[in-house]
Design a protein around this ligand. Structure first.
Ligand code: CA
Length: 233
């Protein structure tokens, strides 16, 4: 095991979710975002894991096969654990939502949800500075501010980004040397497993190019997108 003694040891998140597909994409997305993620498939094992090594945040599905998510939530709080808990709930479970707030949930996501939205809530609950101490990502003349979520270019100045535009650009700029396939971007930014019918990635790349200038994002034919080579000044 490699141990780094600095402050960058990853934040631990426990995901309690019995739906394999959802558990998979949440784990993958959070891992990609730099978190250490454990997944439990039922309430009892979730409680065991949480007691053994309390995580910094819990993502909790309400509909679990054994203990109901509400019971898990109540138990966790009654045992004095104060970490933020983001609850995943099926559409229309409004009474559960009300009861959930009373029993100590911090936030809710209604299924189906986009991964980018969950990530935004997780970050907000952890009150983290995104990506450790970094303020911005820089590529060529392009500067993406991780606090204000605005982008700046020499030609076009500072622009606001929608949540999805921001998540997409952040993803590209965090790994500027990689070509990102549409499938990877769909999964990372939208939380969608591969959908051959979807052109949403291309649409959002077009939006971004309008805001930052087309030349910053290269199309790799048949493969996906990547940041253009930084132009050395
Ligand atoms: Ca479930």
């Amino acid at each position: 095991m490699s141990v780094s003694a600095d402050r960058t040891s990853p934040t631990r998140i426990l995901v309690i979710e019995d739906n394999q597909r959802i558990a998979h994409f949440v784990r993958k997305g959070l891992t990609t975002a730099g978190y250490a993620v454990d997944v439990c498939r039922d309430g009892a094992s979730g409680l065991r894991a949480l007691r053994a090594v309390p995580p910094q945040l819990v993502v909790l599905d309400l509909g679990l096969p054994d203990l109901d998510g509400m019971e898990v939530l109540a138990t966790v709080r009654s045992e004095g654990h104060a970490m933020p808990i983001v609850v995943l709930t099926a559409r229309g479970e409004i009474p559960d939502r009300v009861a959930g707030f009373e029993s100590g949930a911090d936030d809710y996501m209604t299924k189906p949800f986009a991964f980018a939205e969950l990530l935004a809530r997780v970050r907000a609950r952890l009150r983290e500075e995104p990506r450790g101490e970094r303020d911005e990502l820089v590529n060529g003349g392009l500067r993406l501010n991780l606090r204000t979520r605005r982008v700046r270019t020499p030609d076009l100045g500072e622009r606001e980004l929608s949540n999805r535009e921001y998540a997409l650009l952040e993803r590209l700029m965090l790994h500027p040397d990689e070509t990102h396939s549409r499938e990877d971007l769909l999964r990372a930014v939208w939380g969608i497993d591969f959908d051959p019918q979807s052109n949403v990635v291309d649409v959002y790349v077009r939006y971004l190019r309008l805001k930052i200038g087309a030349h910053h994002i290269e199309t790799v034919r048949g493969d996906g997108y990547r940041m253009a080579e930084p132009i050395s000044v």
